[in-house]
Design a protein around this ligand. Sequence first.
Ligand code: GDP
Ligand code: GDP
Length: 454
Amino acid sequence: WSDETDWDIAEFEGEQDAEHVPLPTVAIVGRPNVGKSTLVNRILGRREAVVEDIPGVTRDRISYEASWAGRRFMVQDTGGWSPDAKGLQQSVARQAEVAMSTADAIVVVVDVTTGATSADEAVAKTLRRSKTPVILVANKVDNQKLEADAAELWSMGLGEPHMISAAHGRGTGDLLDEILAKLPETPREGTGITGGPRRVALVGKPNVGKSSLLNRLAGEERSVVHNVAGTTVDPVDSLVELGGKPWRFVDTAGLRRKVSNASGHEFYASLRTKGAIEAAEVAVMLIDASEPVTEQDLRVISMVAETGRALVIAYNKWDLVDEDRREMLEREIDREMVQVRWAQRVNISAHTGRAVQKLVPAMETALESWDKRISTGRLNNWLKEVVAATPPPMRGGRLPRILFATQASTRPPTFVLFTTGFLEAGYRRFIERKLREEFNFDGSPVRVNVRVRE
Ligand code: GDP
Ligand code: GDP
């Protein structure tokens, strides 16, 4: 609650944190073994391939931050991905499909030493109708002799094949120039303000199960990305496909790498948490259900509410909760969580997998509320009735009149009441409660500000 009474509506509109301006994404697609991971590592400036193949484990799309010629962008790596049972051709085409709807540019890699296979043709067919810019790369052109083979790839109908040798670095600088020329400055318009996958922060105190949950969601048994000396750019986010859609888990580098987070200074841990929350649209806050809720938990929850992000509270380690503990927990929640009664709640076990599938619908509901816009007409018709039934209390012998209201912004929904006098916090909370009852903002903070007209 802000006690500011003279907000300017313009302040709400287009509010954005410059530090966390989302970056455009280039997706690297192609069938297995054409050299996608090698190319990604080359782009990231790594010395050697760091991606392990784990048979039978589907590695999800992961994206890394990279920069070239002073511009920052994201590289979406599908390198360690292995095709599912549907067959190679269909799976690779589906990858290209996902890239078309999530990336801002697509690099499709073909291996010149084998030439275009039927799987490559299937990808090309999909990508020929892409509105997202496509760059065709002929990889493994280690020497001049192979250039003629590369030229044959013109037949794929994707324009000029860019000849590179990802392994040796041949032609990769020119390729990066070409990628940047085609990559827009800002990410595509899509689901979010700035589009692209919705951004999620996984937060909670050390050992609450964040890494376990991320691994569980990504369907991995262990961390697949290893930090290597000579890495110039840290992988920052993880892109994980859930419920048929990609989600960007922000600032999960530490979780994947599992450096000793716990030994870090609490102050820095908290800074990091704050950064992740700011970069995200929805926070998934993990609480250890088997232990009493702590001050630290409550601080993070306040941080999410104050930053104005959608919130899902996941009570983790539910497998350790017995009947007694369960009753105690419900009492703790009643007592401690009043501030965020509106949050979505799920009881999960990252360890056994219990109910983790409920996270996606909870995040979706929360984001829907966070994005919701109520028209001024509807809002004012409703408000008139509410105020008539329960007018604001007198102040200084005068009854403040509410002239009209408007929803100044979404993300989170922010309402401004234009009045003839100051409205007490209690009355604004009452309006918030009524707004929630009428329009349903489950999972999202709602702000009610007052602007006094003289
Ligand atoms: P991905 O499955 O598409 O990610 O392919 P990888 O990056 O794992 O590469 C598959 C194999 O091709 C590896 O053995 C690489 O060393 C090799 N490779 C990648 N790029 C080149 C290249 O430019 N020239 C040659 N000769 N081999 C390459
Ligand atoms: P982080 O520090 O938040 O990333 O926590 P971790 O994911 O490393 O988990 C800390 C410890 O809690 C590990 O020993 C996990 O195996 C354990 N753990 C995580 N989730 C669960 C759960 O749902 N149930 C149980 N019993 N243990 C869990």
